[in-house]
Design a protein. Structure first.
Length: 456
């Protein structure tokens, strides 16, 4: 079974492992996994009990109908009532409070005593219900590791078996419907049956422990293999990240030289050549932005450098940085909101706002409008609204995953870094559709940010 976010470990070949352990969130400790498997098994057993308890009770009632002995009928009626009452109570507790409400030790002892009562009334060690008694220690050993509980259960069953054999020797326990057989009851047969069933009970308990040990071994082996693969993938990812960061760093220097040379040459040329150099410089700027994003994404988030600023002033500063781009695109860019003092890393918050405003401008059509609205409070909120085409349904649920973008020339890293910076402050960043066309990016920041451990 593959926990979400973990490397695939392949499908388990053991059908009972898949039956007992349904898909669940990622599990990091073998003990937690074992507890989860035990709860899943108990869940199934509670459901199965609602089927088998009425079936067993129906057989006992059918026997009582044909058995003329009064005391047997009374014992069967009492035991059936007890078993069905306990079953219904446990089922209701399970439905209301979940698996934690099930008291396994009490249930094991009550079911064993109930079975012994039915066995006593339906023929003792020769009862047709005797094979069902062997399942009790098997289930107990499979679900519980408390040796005192298991040994106590086995002791009760073994003592009851030999007590039944003694009762056969003193009285007649075979029902009338089975016919009288005093030679069978007063001979060695009851003792032999008690001995055989005692051995079966002990073997069933050991088999339950063996199956449990096998299951735990498989779980431990699977978790060890998963951890080994995750470690290997983490090393590979770290190596690739370091390599990409090194490549990005090495490429920045020649790009800076190309940009500088293009600026010098542009002073001495005119016409088409000047326009082509301008295109070249813009493309160099775009490449530098991509490399900066790669570098920001590949290295851990540096600690926050706190200072008290006004979020509205930051928004106005970002708007001024994009005035030229807004005019070029024929988009109106405005800021709304009153004073909103916050304590944050101004450089990082500005970086997030720049990313959001750039995205909004690129998504806007000529004649459109981009609004930055600041709302003060315990959590300062900055909205960036546009009237573009809105979120692309194909990627709307994965826009904060690295490499996912709806832009033809996007890198799919900007929003990942922006959300990481927001969460480093103890805030968050979300994107949502606006009523009508457009998108809203909402950045929330605490009034006084505190350093948070966040992976970029």
């Amino acid at each position: 079974m593959d926990p979400p976010g973990a490397a695939s470990m392949g499908e388990s070949p053991h059908w009972w492992v898949r039956m007992l352990v349904p898909a669940r969130p990622a599990i990091t400790q073998a003990r937690t996994f074992h507890r989860t498997a035990r709860e899943a098994a108990l869940n199934k057993l509670v459901t199965l009990r609602m089927v088998f308890a009425p079936a067993l009770s129906a057989l006992a009632v059918a026997f009582a109908i044909f058995e003329p002995t009064t005391w047997r009928r009374l014992v069967i009626a009492a035991v059936v009532t007890l078993l069905m009452t306990v079953t219904l109570i446990e089922w209701m507790r399970f439905r209301r409070h979940g698996i934690e409400a099930i008291r396994v030790p009490i249930n094991l002892y009550l079911m064993a005593l109930g079975q012994l009562g039915l066995i006593f009334a339906t023929g003792g060690v020769f009862s047709p219900l005797m094979p069902a008694l062997i399942a009790t220690p098997f289930v107990g050993a499979l679900l519980y590791t408390d040796r005192r509980l298991l040994h106590g259960q086995i002791a009760i069953l073994v003592l009851a078996l030999w007590a039944l054999a003694f009762a056969h020797a003193r009285w007649m326990l075979l029902p009338v419907v089975f016919g009288e057989a005093p030679a069978l009851e007063h001979g060695a047969a009851p003792w032999a049956a008690a001995f055989g069933y005692t051995a079966a009970v002990i073997v069933a308990s050991r088999m339950g422990r063996a199956v449990r040990g096998l299951f735990e071994g498989l779980v431990t082996e699977a978790l060890d293999e998963r951890d080994e693969r995750l470690g290997m993938y983490a090393e590979q990812t770290s190596a690739l990240t370091a390599l990409s960061a090194e490549i990005a760093h090495e490429l920045k220097n020649p790009l800076t030289s190309v940009k500088g040379l293009a600026a010098l040459v542009a002073k001495d040329v005119e016409g088409k050549t000047e326009e082509r150099l301008a295109v070249l410089r813009r493309e160099v700027d775009r490449m530098q932005d991509i490399l900066d994003e790669r570098l920001e994404f590949s290295r851990p988030l540096v600690p926050l450098s706190m200072q008290e600023v006004d979020a509205t002033d930051l928004a106005r500063e970002v708007a001024r940085l994009h005035e030229g781009s807004a005019v070029e695109r024929d988009v109106t860019l405005r800021v709304e909101g009153g004073p909103a003092p916050i304590t944050c890393d101004a450089r990082k918050v500005r970086q997030v706002m720049v990313n959001l405003v750039q995205n909004a401008l690129e998504a806007s059509s000529p004649g459109g409008e981009v609004t930055i609205r600041v709302e003060a409070g315990d959590m300062t909120t900055l909205h960036v609204d546009d009237r573009g085409a809105g979120l692309d349904p194909a990627v709307s649920g994965r826009l904060f995953e690295a490499g996912v973008t709806s832009k033809e020339t996007g890198s799919g890293i900007g929003l990942v870094v922006a959300r990481s910076l927001a969460r480093q402050h103890g805030g968050d960043l979300v994107l949502e559709e606006r009523e009508g066309p457009g998108c809203r990016a909402t950045l929330t920041l605490p009034r006084t940010a505190q350093q948070q451990e966040v992976e970029a």
